[in-house]
Every structure is written in structure tokens, then in C-alpha cells.
Write a protein that binds this ligand. Structure first.
Ligand code: BGC
Length: 754
């Protein structure tokens, strides 16, 4: 396809029409110019290819494989695994003629209440971006595009199409945009889907700062931007801002506005051409790599189980109650054992071709008794079901309770109002624990839940929404065929009100203020010294690991150099296991407010009993930087940074440090309104100021009494220089003399920088 030629041959009407889709799932075809249509489908954790001839309800999508959702996937901390998943999904798309898979979702979990958290990876931008990158690389390696979504700051479902997320610039950059930035730069998604909401008052779909200045000019993005389905408010403004494709079809209504605006000179035809070009470029990309393959559902079902077993997080294992001994009398209790909740509601809902429950999978291992325990379609205690469950629990050695959030509790489209499990399940847990002390809980939920029962339960296994093969993975872990290795990609608070966004979620009217700023997730719990129920990065194994011998490649670096951190990890237990080694960075002393630590690296390693391996983790400028709003750029302050390596954000095992210097040092220009403290913050300023003070005082007296001078300086820290004239009774201390001092300090500091 010769895009330049086509652009010259297209009429304005044809160009305008190409800027929106046909129906729900296709771009437009223009037969006259031999432009074919392509199909887009949800995503992210399976293929929801909707029957093309009918509307878009779940039942009408093709039978496919439902993989674990993003909230589970991120707990694997496993780039290779996500890439493998992406490859499988890419193959499915190729086989079904789908050109772009609508995912992954890289929004940050600001509050555990967000109804769509199951579709998002983490509360941490680095983990989120690493997971998204691997997924994108996997899918796209098969010649199928991805659509990274929802760009940006879409962290709640409440009024998601109208609310404005009010976020300060530094928070935007360090948290909410950072979760997209790495994926855009490293994995180059073919598409990016803008979000529904407004950001600081401007709709994402017509936001030039977001869609052009940051995405394209700063991050170098070359692909296409699509609207979330129905996110367009003013199409003409959207075209100007960089929104290339509107989905779904506007049934010609917006074409009219585009044509009018061009004719009346309100919209430059070049802006329309730019959108058309990007759409054509996407068609070319897909045409060039289209293949005819068939996909094997059974193979992908097994892959879904393997993936889930890498994602589940063992939260508690008192008295080594797990793995289960198949020779003991075991009861499976709870509806989710028979009919698990394994995916969330909304646009990502997969029409699974089969589901493996734990009750079915366990048949290959041993006999268990089963009691339903509760209903999922209402939250009413059913005494008959509870009594059966209690009897079952009393008669067994170990009771495994399968509980979690039913479909109605969390979904795209609305948020949760609390973090509790259904009352009927809480009652069931209470009654079972009364008759049996050996209880294991397996949780099915898309996001954090409160666990008032945690102290009474010996084993807790978090399965999240584990995909259609979740039951197989659960049985593999419960009976020790596989060793759990997932770690939490989000903090589980003890209670909802501990969460940093609690006072400002979901906002008032059409405004939600992100008052907690950069203190999202563990960044907040750390700083406030709040003990979470389970911290970010936490997860147990059936074996144990020792961390030792941390080394950094250099003791001092400039911020344009890489630092390599090496550590040894040893399996000190009796079974093979995988450990997720996490690296956090702490800025020991900073002039800006910073989190206590931030995740900047991780690696997953497999170790046999007694085996040890040396791991290398790389850090670069971004690992040490904060977003400096004065210079509108990332900046590394000179100083000591602690390198913390551990098994979770609250289990740091090794510590080292490095001294980092910025290559682009920024210098404040001092004025008479700079405080004494500001002036004294550099060695040069300090020396010149002290000389000055000695000069205006009686030199000898000051030397004799230098302790007094230190005290006075300390007291003057907050005093602007100009105010010294009023507070220090010295005839020769004048505004002119102070101006000369400021001048001297500024020139000396400048020459020191050169
Ligand atoms: C969702 C998107 C989804 C799209 C198409 C929207 O409502 O927010 O994530 O890809 O629908 O189904």
C-alpha cells in the first residue's frame, strides 16, 4: 500500500470517515482505494472476539481460553511468563483474524475499591510497566497489535466517563504516567487507548498534553491512538490533540463535524491527514504479517493452569499445614470449589470453552468430601448449607475453604464500597473454625479484601481471578505438586480506611483529587509506618531462601552510568522453589519529599534444594531520579542512595549504597529573599556566608565565640537574607552589602559548575 499516494487520492469525506470505526469492532474499508478493514477485539486475558453480525453481549463471543487476569499475572513478577502468555494470545488472534487485541491495562491500583482492579497489574508503576511490556512484546511478536489502555489516570469506575482526576504534575509523572511510559518506550504497542475520564479538567480523548506533548514528543510514540469505546466528546478537538481513531462507529455523525471544521478553516487538513496516515500504517503493519494458523484450545487451557500456578500467593502457612497430605481426610468447602470465580465482569469477559474446578482436578489426587457452604447469587446465610459444611469440617482432618468475591461484588462499570467478603461466607468461616482448627482458605477475588479471620486460619492461598484452569493450579499447589512462588503486586490493608486514597475516593461530583500524591500503595504504608495485613511484594514458599553477599559495581557513579547490583540467593529448604528477589532504592537525604523506598528492579530465580545462584540487577538514572517540576524533567539529586534487596517491601535482607552525582546539575539562583538555610545548603555558600558574618562582626570575638555563631546561624535558617538587616544590630550590615554577598555566591557557584 502506498500511503502517500492514497492520501492524495482520498476525498475529504473519505478521510473523515476513516477516522472512526465501522460498528463496534472494525476499522472502515474503502473499496474504491482497496483499503481493507481490520478487526479489534478485547482482551486482555483472553480473546473476546464478538460474533461480527450481532451486537456485543458476552454470550455472543467465540469460545476461547480465559487466562488469569492481570491482578494475578503481576504476582508472578515474571517477564518471560507474560511474554509467553502474549505469544499464545497473539497466535489465537492470528488464527481468528483479529488484528489488535485490546489490552493490556496498565492503570495504577490507587484504591482497592476500583471495580476494574482485576484488569490492572499493580499499585507500583515499575512492576506495572514491566508486566505490560512483556505482554505487549509477546503478542506483537506474532504480528498482532496490542492496545495499551486506559491512557491515563483511569483509576476508578465511578463516573468514569465524566470525572476529572485532579493530579499534580510530579504525581502524574512518577506514578500514573510512569506505569505506561516504560511499556511505550520498550515495547512499542501498535495502539494506545485513551481513557474515558478527564485529567485536570481535560478529556483524555482531546488532551494535547497527554496525546501529543508527552506521548509522542517526549516518549517518541509512533503508533496509533484509539478512543476508549465512547470516550469521544469533541471529535474535532480530538483530532487536533492527536486522537487518531474513534471507536466504535459514530455512524457518520462526527464525520460531518470534521468536514465542516476543515471547510470553515477551524481544523487543518494536515491534522486529519496525520490521523489517516496512522490508521493506514496500522493496516499495513497487520497485512504484512498476517498468517493462517490454527490454535489449540487444549494446549492454551494447560498453559492457563501453568501460568496461574506461578501467580498464586501463599499468604499464610502456619504449622506447615500446606502442602496437604493426600492420605489425610480432606474436605473441600465452598461453592467456588465446584464453580470457581475465575474472571471479572465487563468488556474483558471471556466465553470460556471449559472450566476446571478444584473439585474436578482433585479427583486425580485423592477423594475429598464436598459441601457447598454458601450461595453466590445472594448474600443470605443458608443454615442448611452451613450445617452441612460444619459437619463436613468436623469429620475431616483438614478443611479447605474456597471463598471470595462473587461476580456482583466487583466488575467493570462500578466500584466496590467496602473490602469485605460476603457476610454469608464470613459466617461460614466462623462456624467452620469453631469445629476444626486445621483450616486453609483459598481466595478468589480481583483485588484486596479484608480478612478479619486471618488469625484463626492456618493457611491462606490467594488465587485472585485465576482463569478457567484455576482449579487445576489450585490443586497442584495445595498438594505440593507445584511450589507457590507468587508475591503480592499490591498491599492488602488491614482495613479499608488505612488506604491512602480513602479520604478522596471516589471524589465529589465530577472531581476526584489525588491528595495522597505520590504516596500510593506501599509508598504510603511505609512512610506512615502503618502495618498492612500483607505488604507489597510478600509471598511464601514451601521452601526457604537465604540472601547474601551484596555487591555494587561502583561506589560512586554519575547518573548517566549504569549500576550493577549482585546478590546471591540460596535455597535452604528441602524442595525446589522460585524466589522473586526485589530491589528497592532509598534516597538517604533529599530536598524533596520522597517515599522511603521504591521498587526499581526484580528477578525471579529457580533453585533446587541447597543450590545458590548469583543474580545481577541493573539500575540506571531513572532508578534514582524524581520528577523535578522546576525543570520539567527527571532529576537525580547528588548524594547517597541506599540499595535495599529483599523478599518483600517489608522484608529487606541486604543493604548497600552508592553515591550518585547528576550530570545536569541544576543551580538555584539566590536572591535577597533566599533564606540563610538556602544559602548554607552548599559548601561554597556556607563558606562565603560565614566569612561575611565574620567580616561584619568583630572577627576575633566571633572566632572566640564560634559556638555562639553556629547557634545564631541555626536560628536564622528560616530568615530571608534581606530580613537580617532588621534583626541583626550591626551598622555595617546593609542591604547593599547583602546584595554583594548574593552576587558573590552566585558567581562562585556558577564558575564551580563550569
Ligand atoms: C472498555 C475497554 C474495552 C472497550 C471495548 C470499554 O468500555 O473500557 O477496556 O476495550 O470497552 O470493549
Amino acid at each position: 500500500m502506498n500511503i502517500d499516494k492514497i492520501l492524495t487520492e482520498m476525498s475529504l469525506e473519505e478521510k473523515a470517515s476513516l477516522c472512526s470505526g465501522e460498528g463496534f469492532w472494525h476499522t472502515k474499508a474503502i473499496d474504491r482505494l482497496d483499503i481493507q478493514r481490520i478487526m479489534l477485539s478485547d482482551g486482555p486475558h483472553g480473546l473476546r472476539k464478538v460474533n461480527e453480525e450481532r451486537d456485543c453481549t458476552t454470550d455472543e463471543s467465540i469460545k476461547a481460553v480465559c487466562f488469569p487476569t492481570a491482578s494475578a499475572l503481576a504476582c508472578s513478577f515474571d517477564r518471560d511468563l507474560l511474554e509467553k502468555l502474549g505469544q499464545a494470545l497473539g497466535d489465537e488472534c492470528q488464527a481468528e483474524g483479529v488484528a489488535v487485541l485490546l489490552g493490556p491495562g496498565a492503570n495504577i491500583k490507587r484504591s482497592p475499591l476500583c471495580g476494574r482492579n482485576f484488569e490492572y497489574f499493580s499499585e507500583d508503576p515499575y512492576l506495572s510497566t514491566e508486566m505490560a511490556s512483556a505482554y505487549i512484546k509477546g503478542v506483537q511478536s506474532r504480528g498482532v497489535g496490542t492496545s495499551l489502555k486506559h491512557f491515563a489516570v483511569n483509576n476508578q469506575e465511578h463516573r468514569r466517563m465524566s470525572t476529572s482526576a485532579e493530579v499534580d504534575e510530579r504525581t502524574l509523572r512518577e506514578i500514573y504516567l510512569a506505569s505506561f511510559e516504560g511499556a511505550v518506550k520498550n515495547a512499542k504497542p501498535w495502539m494506545i487507548m485513551c481513557s474515558y475520564n478527564r485529567i485536570n479538567g481535560v478529556h483524555a480523548s482531546e488532551n494535547p498534553k497527554l496525546l501529543t506533548d508527552i506521548l509522542r514528543d517526549e516518549w517518541g510514540y509512533k503508533g496509533l491512538v484509539v478512543s476508549d469505546w465512547g470516550a469521544v466528546d469533541n471529535r474535532v478537538n480530538g483530532i487536533k490533540a492527536g486522537l487518531d481513531l474513534e471507536m466504535p462507529s459514530s455512524i457518520g455523525k462526527n464525520d460531518k463535524y470534521i468536514i465542516e471544521a476543515v471547510k470553515q478553516g477551524r481544523l487543518d487538513i494536515k491534522d486529519v491527514d496525520r490521523c489517516v496516515r496512522r490508521i493506514l500504517e496500522l493496516l499495513v503493519k497487520y497485512e504484512n504479517v498476517k498468517t493462517d494458523i490454527v490454535w489449540d484450545k487444549e494446549k492454551d487451557h494447560n498453559l492457563a493452569s501453568d501460568i496461574e500456578s506461578e501467580c498464586m500467593v501463599l499468604l499464610k502457612n502456619e504449622d506447615n499445614i500446606l502442602p496437604l497430605d493426600k492420605n489425610k481426610k480432606i474436605a473441600f468447602i465452598g461453592k467456588f470449589a465446584e464453580s470457581p470465580r475465575y474472571q471479572g465482569g465487563g468488556s474483558s469477559h471471556i466465553n470460556s470453552y471449559k472450566v476446571t474446578s478444584a473439585l474436578e482436578a482433585v479427583k486425580n489426587i485423592c477423594k475429598v468430601t464436598y459441601a457447598e457452604g454458601y450461595h453466590t447469587d445472594d448474600d443470605i446465610n443458608d443454615e442448611r448449607l452451613i450445617s452441612d459444611a460444619v459437619k463436613s469440617a468436623r469429620d475431616c482432618d483438614i478443611a479447605v475453604l474456597f471463598v471470595g468475591l462473587p461476580d456482583s461484588f466487583e466488575s467493570e462499570g462500578y466500584d466496590r464500597s467496602h473490602l469485605r467478603l460476603p457476610e454469608c461466607q464470613l459466617e461460614l468461616i466462623k462456624r467452620v473454625v469453631e469445629v476444626n482448627k486445621n483450616v486453609v482458605i483459598v481466595l478468589h477475588n480481583g483485588s484486596a479484601v479484608e480478612m478479619p479471620f486471618a488469625d484463626d486460619i492456618k493457611g491462606i492461598l490467594e488465587a485472585y481471578l485465576g482463569g478457567q484452569a484455576v482449579g487445576q493450579a489450585e490443586v497442584d499447589i495445595l498438594f505440593g505438586k507445584k511450589n507457590p512462588c507468587g508475591k503480592l503486586a499490591e498491599t492488602f490493608p488491614r482495613k479499608l480506611c488505612d488506604n491512602p486514597s480513602y479520604l478522596n475516593f471516589p471524589g465529589e461530583g465530577d472531581k476526584v483529587c489525588y491528595q495522597e500524591g505520590i504516596f500510593v500503595g506501599y509508598r504510603y504504608y511505609d512512610k506512615k509506618e502503618i502495618e498492612p495485613l500483607f505488604p507489597f511484594g510478600y509471598g511464601l514458599s514451601y521452601t526457604t531462601f537465604e540472601y547474601k553477599d551484596i555487591e555494587v559495581s561502583k561506589r560512586e557513579i554519575n547518573d548517566d552510568e549504569e549500576l550493577i547490583v549482585t546478590v546471591t540467593v540460596k535455597n535452604t529448604g528441602k524442595v525446589t522453589g522460585k524466589e522473586i528477589v526485589q530491589l528497592y532504592v532509598n534516597d538517604e537525604q533529599s530536598s524533596v519529599i520522597r517515599p522511603i523506598k521504591e521498587l526499581k528492579g526484580f528477578k525471579k530465580v529457580t533453585l533446587n534444594p541447597g543450590e545458590e545462584k548469583r543474580l545481577a540487577l541493573k539500575l540506571n538514572k531513572r532508578s534514582f531520579a524524581y520528577y523535578n517540576t522546576d525543570i520539567s524533567d527527571w532529576y537525580v539529586e547528588q548524594g547517597k542512595y541506599n540499595i535495599l534487596v529483599g523478599a518483600s517491601s517489608r522484608d529487606i535482607r541486604l543493604k548497600s549504597s552508592v553515591y550518585v552525582s547528576p550530570t545536569n546539575r541544576i543551580r538555584t539562583k539566590y536572591t535577597l529573599n533566599s533564606t540563610v538555610g538556602d544559602i548554607m545548603s552548599t559548601d561554597i555558600g556556607k563558606a562565603l556566608f560565614k566569612d561575611f558574618m565574620s567580616e561584619i562582626s568583630n572577627t576575633e570575638a566571633m572566632e572566640e565565640n564560634s559556638e555562639q555563631m553556629e547557634m545564631e546561624l541555626e536560628m536564622f535558617n528560616e530568615l530571608p537574607l534581606r530580613a537580617m538587616v532588621s534583626f541583626i544590630d550591626k551598622k555595617n550590615l546593609t542591604r547593599e552589602k547583602l546584595s554583594q554577598l548574593v552576587e558573590r555566591i552566585n558567581t562562585t557557584l556558577d564558575s564551580d559548575l563550569d
